[in-house]
Ligand binder design. Sequence first.
Ligand code: F6P
Length: 747
Amino acid sequence: MSRAARFVLPLVVVLGLMAWIASLVANSVTRRWFEKDVQVRAHGAFAVSRQAVIHHWRSGRRQAVGRIFEGMAHDRLFLAVAACSRDGTPVARSPRTPAQLTCRKLATMAGVPRPADEAAWRAWTRAVAVHEGNVDLTILPLRDRGQTLGMVAFVHDMSFAAEREAATESFYLAAFAILALAAAGFTVLVGTLSERRWITQVRGLLRGDPVDGAAGFGPIVRDFRELVARVQAEAESAGGAGAWTPERLRQLVGRHLSGEKIIIVANREPYIHERGAGGEIEVLHPASGLVTALEPIMRACSGVWVGHGSGSADRETADSQGRVAVPPGEESYAIRRVWLGPDEERGYYEGFANEGLWPLCHIAHTRPIFRGEDWMHYQRVNRKFAAAACAEATSDEPIVFVQDYHFALVPRLVRAREPRATVLAFWHIPWPNSEHFGICPLRYEIMEGLLGSSILGFQTQLHCNNFLDAVDRYMEARIDRERQAVVYQGRVTLVRPYPISVEWPIRWVQAVPSVDECRREVLGELGLPPDAILGLGVDRLDYTKGIEERLRAVERLLERFPALRGRFTFVQIAAPSRTPIERYRELRRQVEALAASINARFGSGSWHPVVLRCEHHEPPRVFRHYRAADLCYVSSLHDGMNLVAKEFVAARDDERGVLILSHFTGAARELTEALVVNPYDLEQASAALAAAIAMPADEQAERMRSMRAFLADFNVYRWAGRILVDAARLRQRYRFSSSALERASVR
Ligand code: F6P
């Protein structure tokens, strides 16, 4: 046998053995994960439908219970769902429930074989997991008001786990085989090379020392380093390890974007200086989801926020350039205020942005209005903001982050002034389907403006798809579906979903007292007793928010459940918004009239079921209400994300309170443990209000905990991190391609 073979054979055998052991270990670990996953899934499904099951069970409607189970069993992971009462009689079974799974057998598995054994049934509170070959069972006690009605069993088909284990095994064996061969080959090669004293020469090549006039491996090593950096960036964008914090975001900007400052362009400024009635200057925080999300990013990264100077004392608090350092008292970034004349404000903001694009993009039954004059102002103001953003650039590769429908033209305008800029744009509101978007007479110009950006972000994949369809339908551009990009006039714009979020932990929670204190305070202000049940709505007074539907659901609740009259109060905080627009003034009249009619119908003595507060509330007051409420109802008719829902969850560190959430918000895709409703369906919405009021504390905690864990993970730092990492990758790609072009032209 040759020297090489004597070495290589044992190496291959040892690595093969290691591969086999590794695949065994990996399989047992992943099997445990899969088992845990299906149990969590069963708990989730159980928690969502528990109330409905109890309701039908108690009213003897077994078929209705059966229908719920049938719906659940459509999930690929559940083979079947069945329920038995305590005395061993089947209550309902989904179609594929195995016949041998009798109620008696289930009770024995759960450890409660005898119906008369009251103590055993009472003591059974936790789910029981049973593994039988390719089938797992999760058996849960069905408890209601301290009584155990029976049990619900989820049967999981684990054959998918077996398939995945087989795939993992083959993968390990193949990977180790390749590794073994590569290791053997490499070792033999190195041995041979070192024998011939080539090592020194190879080292020189790797360092890039020229050999016989050639460049050596230096460029390859550089490429390799860049590749590693890219892989790192990709891992970072996927979430990486650990929590996303301001510090991590700051480091990311330092590492991947050479500490470049970020220039945000957003209409609404984060701090508004207003002169109060007594002549003093107040600093206001606007009621804006966009500001809630982006302000913490600016605190973390620093930079400049180019926004409309809309406060009555804004000019006197800014310098001659319109600049002011913020946050007051902890200055870490600057606002650059852009001044608008009354005509510009009317045409650009009220007219084109809020009477045109806003209703165009929301399915909320208000017709968009497009006036030629408004469009002229919109273009002019976009040019003004683009110029202000470029004036803030301190390098020839600035990062300009354009926000929302107010500035659809800014990306292209910035690109024209700063061709090497990284222009990011984020559309906070929905993007309608292409047919609907076709209503807009300026559709081409709007899309062309946005395609000046390097990356265009939306809240959901659906909105990205709608945008791509609109480009496909109305523009001469190429859609690269694989990269999710548009190639227009030789330039590429990536189109990606980045669901926005809130900071975590949210700073306002630290600024307010304990939950008990908040509750005492808010109930005291409302003149309600300590055991009052408090519902809450928090919005800008906008027709997309479904405030009328929400109040009607409260009315229906009081009709259906007379016992709640005098006990349940719904507080609606509605910040006046866009008041010069007639549709908004009309909405206020309608909401006030509706609240008054509900109060006249059900109110008695000093109790009013609806408390409507049409005024601006500063964040600490809003957060006191979040913490005091038993439930929060977000009933938007259409909403890109809705950060009120996320703020409510972030405010509840006591893990209490129930979120009722409209199906038509971006947030409903993420906060799945909320009670998700169709706000137009008053029967469903009022039933959800009733379910929230009756929800036991442990179920509230379970749902809240899960939503809070989600937000801790997917916070706004992660949102910004993902966009900025994608931006860094593009910058790097651009540099490579431009340096390659330069090299080519030198030759
Ligand atoms: O995305 C919707 C939005 O324009 C956000 O900027 C913000 O959340 C809200 O509406 C505020 O509206 P406005 O700035 O018109 O008061």
